[in-house]
Design a protein around this ligand. Sequence first.
Ligand SMILES: Cc1ncc(COP(=O)(O)O)c(C=O)c1O
Length: 418
Amino acid sequence: MVKLALEGGPKAKKHAYGWGRRFGREELKQLSEALEQNTLFYHRGTKVREMCETFRKMIRTKHCVATSSGTASIHVALGAVGLRPGDEVITSPISDFGSVIGILYQNAIPIFCDLDPHTYNMTAETIEARITRKTRAILVVHLAGNPADMNPITKLARDRKLALIEDCAQSYLASYRGRFVGTIGDVGCFSLNDFKHISAGDGGMVVTNRDDLASKLAMFADKNYRRTPGGSPLREIASLAPNYRMTELQGAVGLAQLGKLKRICKKRHEIGEGYTRGLKDIPGIFPHKVPAGGRSTYWFYMFRVDSKVLGASREKFVEAVQAEGVAASAGYIPAPIYRWEVFRRRTIYPGSKCPYDCKHTRKGIRYNKGLCPEAERILETAVRLPVNEFFTKTDVRETVAGIRKVAKHFLARKGIEL
Ligand SMILES: Cc1ncc(COP(=O)(O)O)c(C=O)c1O
């Protein structure tokens, strides 16, 4: 058997991972046109509008509003559906903090539900288990480019009269039964931060098919001002809304990036599926599962290991895979969001226990360890692989080879042949 690189053997990954430039002439052209307009204000210029129109048509939805971030997009969606203090929003414990920031700013309560063990997404069953009389919305996170199993979730939301918001920050052009994520629920939320499929440095977009929500989304992203063509805005402010406007510079870059999005997503899809093909027959390894009828655009790839079957801890396994030159890492976020200090100590608004002691809030909300056992186990047993549109077929082949080599080594010690 070939010696592990960890023990001085040759590395399985022999070539550096593919790399390339995300920004080029297209972005420069758009930026220069934006500056030529002599305004960088979204309502006067054309770039933000054009970006939204392009994206809206691409994912086949009726309305699109630009925002300043993915976090802002989610806040805007929640504001537009009329979230009230004390309302509960059911969401995923494995996500970015940006998924819950808007909930808290509305003095509403994030309620975390458990996840499918292999898609790492919320399911209708885990969501339903968390519904209370205060539940107002479901915020589905399509994690890592992988669409959640939306048919049962959509039915649940409809039956229980809950708003359904999709957090698609990691899932551009991922689809489910022929529809792009973000267009299935009431509102879809996207991020243009620098780590996503496409980047405008920062920024976001919200989309909806609901005509009644379109102007609410636009207003909530812009201080609840009602912008009129040409003239000054109507400032009849009935309730609080932040300023989450996007500038024309971001719109220009976002527009150019949208021109590359289909190719980026196709490439990421192929890379992720290549990893699955290479890993699916290894005892003790569970590939990243995509739900039936789903198509993932893999923002990253995450498989799970059963250390009892493999005969190696997740940490030892990852160490050996890394030594092979494979860019694997253990886990994702350090703990489910509900175990982060801000929730453990309830210091959302320091110096108070708001919004948990608010009179509108249901009593007895807990964020104890064990709240979402599967999510906790996912983080303890997952191994993450990077996915990048610049990776080559050699990268996929060598990455798989490195993982298989390490698995073969550990399995052989247990008398299992690979
Ligand atoms: C799933 C998810 N939701 C929301 C966000 C927040 O996006 P942004 O960083 O643009 O505010 C992110 C960003 O990392 C994310 O991954």
